[in-house]
Design a protein around this ligand. Structure first.
Ligand SMILES: *[C@@H]1O[C@H](CO)[C@@H](O)[C@H](O)[C@H]1NC(C)=O
Ligand SMILES: *[C@@H]1O[C@H](CO)[C@@H](O)[C@H](O)[C@H]1NC(C)=O
Ligand SMILES: *[C@@H]1O[C@H](CO)[C@@H](O)[C@H](O)[C@H]1NC(C)=O
Ligand SMILES: *[C@@H]1O[C@H](CO)[C@@H](O)[C@H](O)[C@H]1NC(C)=O
Length: 948
């Protein structure tokens, strides 16, 4: 961030530049006594001499005058006689005076020279002392570096676990064999119907899609919805599991989609699916092993699609659709999915309602109608004129009748709560399709329902009257709509139905399930939900909707991910951004000869080690087991495998002494200790590691070079990455400092602040220190920040604090604030540690609108990162040490520029909270200082850090 004068703050303690002043050292340093005595003598002797000589001179001249006077008294007698004598005497006296003053001048010169000598010697002594100090420091560092290196070597030698080769991929024949024993397909489960040999753990889960144009499996007078055909094909292409080689595929997807009759021929066959065509698919292999029949509903929410496979032997194929009869659904084999209601892809946040206030106008809303179609075998598109529906009146014993009556009474009863309950729809032209099964259909248009749902705290969903249904498309559609609008779904009859992707999604965190019999207690229960839980549920619902429901792409990706997850196959690795160097291969950048003018070696901060990248991809097969629920329901992404996560599990502290010691560097070998031992080892709860500095720069070469030079000798630094945002390459004669670690200068594609958070493949550590090119951080501050980050790996840990303040004048708005304050909610990434994982999320998960806003203003990327991390962790950032802000040396900022900068940041905060649907930032009231900071300790002990 460009600094600005309003943000001026503390400059940290100025450390005395000792040694240049003699008197400083005279008082500070115990020089040998002799030198002091000599010095004293040298100073004092000339003074005495001077005084003495002056005195003699005066005496002589006094005497002279006296004599002259007495002689003058007898002048008349002696005038002629004495004159010559007197003159001679005077001349002699003058001569003496002359020689004495010459001597005096010589002495003075000698004194001066000696004085200068003493000065220069003292200076030399000082310099040597400094040098000694540095050498001692370097020696100490080298010593601990050697110790560290030995430890690393010992570990390398002791690591006797051989690198296991991944198992050979199980390649079965091109066409699977026909299995002789024909199973009743209703008994199919993964263990007896699925061919695992096609899906090796290391295979990456290749998925083959039968082209729906080429391999149609529906009857001739039927056609698959064109939307689905193109879009599903398209979205699957974006899925990295898709393969075009059927021989290597683990599963084969057959797109059935929403089959529509294309002619008015009365097809009394009753089914769209052509079993013969299905069995003739080239890789069907006789029984449809590893085949997935994808029957996605779209417009026709409550069609017969549930019956599409009725009476058809689908063999061993897995069926995926929204409508299932209870007896047809094969647990953990078939899959219930939502209908495709969203756009193909892209940002969907504008569809969503803001999550606040917690309580909306209506406590509960419902819009629906119980319907049944007269002729249950008619699959034709029904013309408006022929709209042939029965509003079913239920018999008096029916539970649904009781429910309807109770809900009507409730909404008309004496209560302050408002309800929006509608049991009869006003027919609209949009409703062409009607329900064959006895079920609650949706009333009104999508937008009219949305308007009501946005004003509803809870949305009622009624399970179908016919309890044979485990799931219907209209239930899944209601769920979709409620989650989108932030109305918490309340499912009456929730114990009789199943929701989409229930294998992986923890639905009870977002939905209230009630047996129908609890209808009388429902109002009481809804009143009893406090605001914090209400908002937690709403947020969880939004998260599920965003990730798994919002677009066709997300539904298709989720389907593939659930099947993969079921098989225990890890996702494909998340793609990183390439890090092309700004220098071509033939160009060798010049090196600076002077090494780090400004030495930071005032205290030993840690060993200088060879580069040590953080171990990557160690939990490929366990993360889905140990943290599977978090992966699907908390953190962002079950679709990708990340090299490391900020949420990785932690070992108990005795493990590092009892068997799992590899990589640990306990302080004092586990015995603990104060500053000296502390500076020698990393300690903490995690294995040794290093960090990478990422610095964004734009046409400020000298500022950059100075910042780089200051990094010389920084312990635990793995690499420095400079993101060169300017289209102009660096000057060829620019001299790059040698700082002991590689400096990788990346050529950015374009000038964007979002480049700061690209997941560059050159970043090989989990810890990333993001710094502005002009930020001046001391080494001890960086070291302390790193150590604090190691304990808060999921958070922003850094130096400049800021906060979001409620705008008193303009309610419903936030202001960005950088004033001194005892509460903060952001730590600017101009100087902060973050986990590399968040760079993936920033670049690939964050809605595009946010990155666009950053580009539009050339500002706010740091705010966006704080939003992202606070949203995922629901935790505030961690501020370390006393620095509130940074001076920005050499960047003049005009007041007006400063004002626009702030105005933009106000706007960013408000826009971002609009996109997230709530304000994710959280406040914190404390900061981290080292443990012995300001503690009185015995003289033989060192503090953890001298100054922090
Ligand atoms: C429920 O639906 C199934 C399938 O459509 C049907 O066979 C059954 O008769 C229905 N039951 C009731 C009580 O309507
Ligand atoms: C490499 O870069 C240098 C300096 O930018 C330039 O002078 C030289 O022509 C380049 N060489 C090639 C092969 O592009
Ligand atoms: C884990 O997965 C990554 C990415 O696919 C791969 O590079 C790595 O070798 C795997 N590690 C193990 C131990 O299988
Ligand atoms: C600091 O606070 C004052 C009022 O106390 C306010 O006018 C000013 O805008 C604030 N500065 C910033 C940068 O927010």
């Amino acid at each position: 961030m460009i600094g600005n004068s309003l943000e001026a703050g503390h400059s940290y303690h100025h450390l005395g530049s000792a040694g240049r002043n003699v008197f400083y050292w005279l008082t500070r340093i115990k020089l040998p006594k002799i030198i002091i005595i000599i010095l004293i003598l040298l100073c004092i002797v000339p003074l005495f001499t001077h005084y003495y000589l002056l005195k003699v001179e005066t005496d002589l001249s006094n005497m002279d005058i006296h004599q002259t006077r007495s002689r003058l008294e007898g002048f008349h007698d002696f005038t002629s006689m004495r004159a010559a004598d007197l003159k001679a005497r005077i001349e002699e006296m003058l001569r003496i005076k002359q020689s004495v003053s010459n001597e005096l001048r010589d002495l003075e010169a000698k004194r001066r020279k000696l004085h200068a000598d003493v000065n220069s010697l003292t200076q030399q002594i000082d310099e040597l002392k400094q040098e000694l100090l540095h050498q001692q420091m370097d020696l100490d560092r080298l010593k601990i570096s050697v110790v560290q290196a030995q430890a690393a070597q010992r570990e390398a030698v002791e690591r006797n676990t051989p690198e296991l080769a991944p198992p050979k991929r199980i390649l079965s024949n091109f066409t699977p064999d026909m299995l002789p024993a024909h199973l009743n397909s209703q008994l199919c489960r993964m263990f007896n119907c699925f061919d695992h040999s096609r899906c090796a753990l290391t295979s990456g889960f290749p998925v083959y899609l039968y082209d729906p144009e080429e391999f149609s499996v529906v009857n001739e007078d039927w056609d698959i919805d064109g939307f689905l055909k193109t879009y599903i094909k398209h979205t699957l292409r974006y899925n990295s599991h898709l393969t075009f080689d059927p021989a290597e595929a683990c599963i084969y997807i057959v797109l059935i989609g929403e089959a529509l009759a294309i002619s008015h021929k009365t097809g009394d066959s009753g089914t769209a699916l052509d079993i013969k065509k299905l069995q003739m698919l080239p890789y069907w292999g006789g029984d449809g092993r590893n085949h997935v029949l994808l029957n996605l509903a779209r417009r026709d929410l409550s069609t017969n699609s549930g019956n599409l496979f009725n009476g058809i032997d689908t063999g061993r194929a897995i069926i995926i659709q929204s409508t299932f009869l209870r007896q047809h659904f094969r647990e953990n084999f078939d899959l219930i999915v939502p209908p495709i209601l969203g756009p193909p892809g892209g940002d969907v946040w504008p569809e969503c309602a803001h999550m606040l206030p917690a309580r909306r106008k209506f406590l509960l809303s419902f819009q629906g109608e119980m319907r049944a179609l007269k002729s249950s075998t008619n699959h034709q598109i029904v013309d408006d004129a022929e709209l042939d529906i029965d509003r079913v009146s239920l018999d008096e014993n029916n539970l649904d009748n009781f429910i309807i009556q109770h809900l009507k009474d409730m909404s008309n009863g004496i209560t302050l709560d408002k309800f929006f309950i509608q049991f009869e729809c006003i027919p609209t032209s949009e409703e062409k399709k009607v329900n064959e099964v006895l079920d609650w259909s949706l009333c009104g248009t999508d937008s009219s329902r949305k308007a009501i749902l946005k004003e509803s705290t809870f949305a009622l969903i009624l399970a179908p009257s016919n309890a044979s249904f485990l799931s219907t498309a209209s239930i899944q559609a209601r769920l979709y709509e409620s989650l989108r609008s932030g109305a918490i779904p309340v499912i009456l009859g929730g114990d009789s139905i199943a929701l989409s992707f229930k294998e992986v999604i923890a639905w009870r965190r977002a939905v209230i399930f009630l047996p129908k019999a609890r209808v009388t207690e429902m109002h009481f229960l809804l009143r009893a939900v406090p605001d914090n839980d209400l908002l937690a549920m709403r947020r969880q619902g939004r998260l599920i909707w965003d990730r798994y429901f919002g677009t066709a792409q997300s539904v298709v990706d989720t389907i593939i991910a659930v099947l993969r997850d079921r098989l225990g196959i890890p996702p494909l690795p998340a793609s990183q951004s390439p890090s092309p160097s700004i220098f071509n291969s033939s160009f060798v950048p010049l090196r600076s000869d002077t090494i780090a003018a400004e030495s930071e070696a005032e205290e030993s901060l840690g060993p200088l080690e060879p580069p040590y990248p953080s171990p990557a991809f160690r939990r490929n097969y366990t993360i889905m087991l140990v943290q599977g629920y978090e992966m699907w329901n908390d953190w962002i992404d079950p679709f990708k495998l990340y090299p490391q996560l900020p949420f990785d599990t932690i070992l108990p502290s005795d493990a590092k002494f009892l068997g799992s010691e590899v990589g640990f560097r306990p302080i004092g070998k586990g015995a603990g200790g104060a500053g000296k031992e502390f500076s020698e080892s990393l300690g903490g709860n995690y294995q040794r590691e290093q960090f990478t500095i990422v610095m964004l720069t734009y046409e400020r070469e000298q500022v950059l070079i100075n910042s780089l030079a200051r990094l010389y000798g920084l312990p635990y630094l793995n690499k420095v990455i400079v993101v060169w945002n300017s289209p102009k390459p660096p000057m060829e004669d620019l001299r790059w400092p040698d700082i002991g670690v590689p400096i990788h200068v990346i050529k950015a594609k374009r000038n964007s602040l979002n480049n700061r958070f690209l997941p560059f493949d050159a970043i090989e550590t989990e810890a990333v220190l993001s710094v502005d090119d002009d930020a001046h951080l001391r080494h001890d501050e960086i070291m302390f920040g790193f150590r604090v980050w190691r304990e808060h790996r999921d958070r922003v840990v850094g130096f400049p604090g800021r906060f979001h303040a409620w705008d008193q004048n303009n309610h419903n708005a936030w202001n960005y604030n950088s004033n001194y304050s005892c509460e903060l909610s952001m730590v600017l990434t101009g100087a902060a540690f973050i986990h590399k994982h968040y760079t993936y999320l920033y670049s690939h998960w964050l809605p595009q609108a946010i990155r666009d806003k950053v580009d539009e203003y050339m500002n706010c990327e740091d705010i966006a990162m704080n939003f992202l991390i606070a949203h995922i962790t629901r935790k505030p950032p961690v501020k370390v040490t006393s620095r509130w802000t940074f001076r920005c040396p050499g960047c003049p900022v005009s007041l007006s520029e400063d004002d626009t900068h702030f105005q933009e940041r106000h706007k960013c905060i408000n826009f971002f909270s609009q996109v997230f649907g709530y304000m994710p930032l959280l406040n914190t009231q404390y900061r981290a200082d080292s443990i012995l900071f300001k503690t009185r300790i015995p003289h033989d002990k060192q503090k953890c850090f001298k100054f922090i």
